[in-house]
Design a protein. Structure first.
Length: 65
């Protein structure tokens, strides 16, 4: 999971790292000079990217096994 997060776009990666460190959306927004809605949107996009990567990995594993 950590490797997949490091492959995210920089802004999304930064938000995910802060979130995993226990920061709230409000705190992240203040630290990065964003709106809370922007933080939520970045997190949503990151979740979509990670989901796609996981699906691709699972598909690859099912083909190779």
């Amino acid at each position: 999971m950590q490797k997949a997060i490091t492959e995210l776009p920089d802004k999304i990666q930064e938000i995910y790292k802060l979130s995993l460190a226990g920061e709230t959306n409000e705190s992240i927004a203040v630290q990065l000079a964003l709106t809370v809605d922007s933080v939520k949107a970045y997190k949503k996009r990151g979740k979509q990217i990670l989901k796609e990567k996981l699906q691709n990995l699972l598909m690859f594993l099912s083909v190779t096994l």
